[in-house]
Write a protein that binds this ligand. Structure first.
Ligand SMILES: Nc1ncnc2c1ncn2[C@@H]1O[C@H](COP(=O)(O)OP(=O)(O)OP(=O)(O)O)[C@@H](O)[C@H]1O
Ligand code: SF4
Ligand SMILES: [Mg+2]
Length: 325
């Protein structure tokens, strides 16, 4: 068995929140509550789940932008969580991030050329000016951008063009692993497919590995090689998109999937999930989904289910384990 490129073990991230300075209370948001994930080289690993379930926090923690409260992250067999900034530097080149909003992620005061050169000058300072220019041109062409855009500023471009500039920026330092956090959801629907196709093309050409965060299950179906469904800071189910769409096993995955229209059906009735997502400040005991799950029993209220293997999928659910689902 080859070592996964990224291995996340029992990851917990708690964000302290401000209360009155005289208060003795020290509440925290439980953004991640014991996440185990393995991403193999070449994977397009998708993370899905409702808003606030911890997708961005997981991506940012893997990138070293958020410190884990508990747990470990390894990259290519080396533990990277807890490394100091200097020791993290080589990994910061190998791992890059693309953000949701290309309007906010590009510095409006820098030209396209400066934007693209910045990471290269930082990570490969030995390159000459001519080499930097040549590399910039090659990357711009490879993402379908006009290399003559260099002297222009981000505001001169459309959303799709800006996202292609952000992708070029991420590719400048020849990374192996890219965290793409909702990279198309801020774009016009007509442009989304173009940018997704570009991400797939560069993945193939450069043998990239992706952690792809999305709300959109059709993107998972189209793009993903593996998928993890998250709910309230935990992974409910992890498998291939094909298996998830054919036989979702976790009750939450089933509900999530029932909300998308089936091919050939003119109308669909989304299944209503009873209740609301509980607060990540006061987490429910046991399975975090128990208050909304029609299969919940006493064990579910007290014991946290672990991710276990069931031919072709890993699922964290007592009912699946007890074979009563
Ligand atoms: N810096 C922070 N301080 C306090 N709470 C935070 C912080 N960052 C995230 N959170 C909280 O952590 C939880 C997980 O947030 P996160 O942004 O990871 O969710 P998400 O799945 O990416 O949601 P979305 O789909 O809306 O982007 C949320 O309850 C959020 O409010
Ligand atoms: S562990 Fe229990 S509450 Fe949680 S999803 Fe499974 S059946 Fe429902
Ligand atoms: Mg997010």
């Amino acid at each position: 068995m080859t070592e996964p490129l990224v291995k996340v073990q029992d990851l917990q991230v708690h964000f302290p929140i401000q209360v009155h300075f005289l208060s003795r209370e020290k509440p925290v948001v439980h953004a991640l509550n014991g996440v185990d994930v393995e991403i193999d080289r070449g994977d397009a690993f998708c993370l899905v789940g409702e808003s606030g379930c911890g997708k961005t926090t997981l991506g940012r923690t893997i990138m070293g932008l958020v410190r884990p409260t508990v747990g470990e992250i390894s990259y290519d067999g080396e533990r990277i969580s807890g490394l100091r900034d200097q020791a993290l530097l080589p990994y910061r080149r190998r791992m890059q991030m693309i953000f949701q909003n290309p309007y906010a992620s590009l510095n409006p005061r820098m030209t396209v050329q400066q934007t693209l050169e910045e990471p290269l000058r930082f990570h490969k300072s030995e390159l000459s000016d001519a080499e930097v220019r040549e590399h910039t041109e090659n990357v711009m062409v490879s993402v379908g951008n006009d290399p003559g855009w260099g002297s222009r500023y981000p505001h001169e471009f459309s959303g799709g063009q800006r996202q292609r500039i952000s992708i070029a920026r991420a590719l400048m330092v020849d990374p192996e692993f890219i965290v793409a956090d909702e990279p198309v959801s801020a774009l016009d629907v007509s442009i989304q497919a173009q940018v997704l196709n570009l991400l797939m093309k560069v993945r193939k050409e450069r043998q990239l590995t992706y952690l792809f965060i999305t709300h959109d299950l059709s993107v998972v179906q189209h793009f993903g090689t593996r998928v993890a469904v998250m709910y309230l800071g935990t992974v409910c189910e992890m498998t291939t998109p094909k298996t998830l769409f054919a036989t979702p096993r976790h009750p939450y995955s089933q509900l999530l999937l029932s909300a998308i229209p089936k091919l050939g059906r003119k109308t669909f009735v989304p299944v209503k999930v009873p209740g609301e997502v509980p607060s990540p400040i006061d987490l429910p005991s046991g399975c975090v989904f128990h208050g909304r799950c029609r299969f919940a029993n006493e064990r579910c209220k007290s014991q946290v289910p672990e991710l276990k293997n069931y031919s072709g999928a890993q699922v964290a659910c007592h009912a699946v384990e007890e074979d009563r689902l």
